[in-house]
Structure formats: structure tokens, C-alpha cells
Design a protein around this ligand. Structure first.
Ligand SMILES: O=c1[nH]c(=O)c2ncn([C@@H]3O[C@H](COP(=O)(O)OP(=O)(O)OP(=O)(O)O)[C@@H](O)[C@H]3O)c2[nH]1
Ligand SMILES: [Mg+2]
Length: 200
């Protein structure tokens, strides 16, 4: 079976990529599954694209193989776009989904539902040794609930209600999330490249 390395240590992301790539019969392998230890890449960029490129290009260079990286996050309008590129570590180190959610809910305290609009962003970078890096972007629009609900997914899923739904992302099945998510939208943009990769 064809393989692709996913430059992530986030198990939630890795599981979603495994599902996406399985329909092309490609085995998506995340960093903790590799036999060699891969050091953390410092995400020093100022945009999702810069951080995705840092992760993909550094690891493609080390492994001399095509590598896909995902840099993603939650952009909340009432918070001037925060947590944005700092979503994973919004409440500080070590990164923790629950303390991040607590901080966001606290900052949105007193803000009514119509003004709690937000979107997830996913930028994918595919780095191929010797080639130009490819970038694809996906979005998922929604609103930040006043309380947590649901146990599926990861990150901020338990407070994010996608447009057109009454439940949070964490109350949806993984199949449903994978139909509408920012990550899915970015993967759709990558379809032509993935088909070519799968055929080789
Ligand atoms: O509720 C969510 N549903 C999602 O679908 C989602 N996608 C991203 N996020 C948030 O954004 C951070 C990414 O930061 P990030 O791209 O640096 O990834 P990360 O540090 O978790 O792992 P890595 O891929 O860098 O190893 C994550 O930790 C989450 O807080 C999500 N939250
Ligand atoms: Mg990260």
C-alpha cells in the first residue's frame, strides 16, 4: 500500500487523515508511528501557511520523502481573530484542550449568541524533496456555544456549532465532521495531487 507521512503529533488530526487517505488506499502515517524519534518543530511563523510549510519542509528534508503538514486553528470574530495560529497553546504550555476552551469561554463571557461567530481554518502544505511546496486551504464556519457539549473530535470541537447545525462538532459523528470540516475542505482541494500520488 502507498504511504504518506503526516507531519503531526496530534492524534485527533492523524485519525482524520487516516480516514481521508484510506479511500485512496494510502496509509497515512503520523510522526509518533515512525521508528525514529522526530523532534518538535518550532512553529515560529506568523501565518498558518508559514507554520504548515515549516513542519512539512523540515520533515521532508529529514526523511527525504513527501510529507503533508496541517496547520489549523480557530478564528473568533469577537476576539479579533484569536486564538488563530496560537490555538493549540492558547492557555499556555503544555498544550491542553480543556484549558484552551476555558480561556475562550471566559473571554466570550457576556457576548450574546449572534456575536459569537467563528471559523476553523486548515492550511495543508505538501513538501516534496526538490519540488515547490503545495498549499491548500479549507474553512468551516460556525458559532461558539456558551457551554461544552459532546465528546467526539478534539480541540475546540465541544464548543463549536457549525453553521446549519444545532449540535456542537463534538456531538456529530466522525463521519459527519469529516464531511464538513475545514480539514475535509482543504483535502478536497488537494484531490488532484492525491490521485496522482495514489497512482504512482
Ligand atoms: O476543535 C477543533 N477541531 C478541529 O478540527 C481542529 N483543528 C485544529 N484545531 C485547533 O487548532 C490547533 C492546531 O494547532 P496546530 O496546527 O499547531 O496543531 P497541533 O499543535 O495540535 O499538532 P501538530 O500538527 O502541530 O503536531 C489544535 O490543537 C486545536 O486546538 C481544532 N480544534
Ligand atoms: Mg502544532
Amino acid at each position: 500500500m502507498n504511504e504518506i507521512i503526516i507531519a503531526t503529533k496530534n492524534a485527533g488530526k492523524a485519525n482524520e487523515f487516516k480516514t481521508f487517505f484510506s479511500r485512496y488506499s494510502i496509509n497515512a502515517i503520523s510522526l509518533p508511528e515512525l521508528s525514529q524519534e522526530i523532534a518538535d518543530i518550532e512553529e515560529t511563523g506568523t501565518t498558518f501557511a508559514e507554520n504548515a510549510a515549516l513542519k512539512a519542509e523540515q520533515i521532508a528534508e529529514w526523511l527525504q520523502k513527501p510529507v503533508l503538514a496541517d496547520d489549523s486553528g480557530l478564528v473568533i470574530d469577537a476576539l479579533d481573530g484569536r486564538p488563530g495560529i496560537f490555538s493549540a497553546r492558547y492557555a499556555g504550555e503544555p498544550k491542553n484542550d480543556q484549558t484552551n476552551i476555558d480561556k475562550v469561554l471566559h473571554e466570550l463571557d457576556g457576548i450574546d449568541m449572534p456575536d459569537r461567530t467563528a471559523h476553523f481554518v486548515c492550511v495543508l502544505a505538501v513538501a516534496i524533496p526538490g519540488d515547490a511546496t503545495i498549499f491548500k486551504t479549507g474553512f468551516c464556519e460556525g458559532i461558539i456555544n456558551t457551554e461544552q457539549a459532546g465528546v467526539n473530535g478534539f480541540g475546540y470541537d465541544s464548543v463549536f456549532i457549525p453553521d446549519g447545525y444545532t449540535q456542537t462538532m463534538a456531538e456529530l459523528s466522525s463521519d459527519e465532521k469529516n464531511r464538513i470540516s475545514h480539514r475535509r475542505k482543504a483535502m478536497d482541494q488537494l484531490e488532484t495531487w492525491v490521485q496522482t500520488y495514489a497512482a504512482n
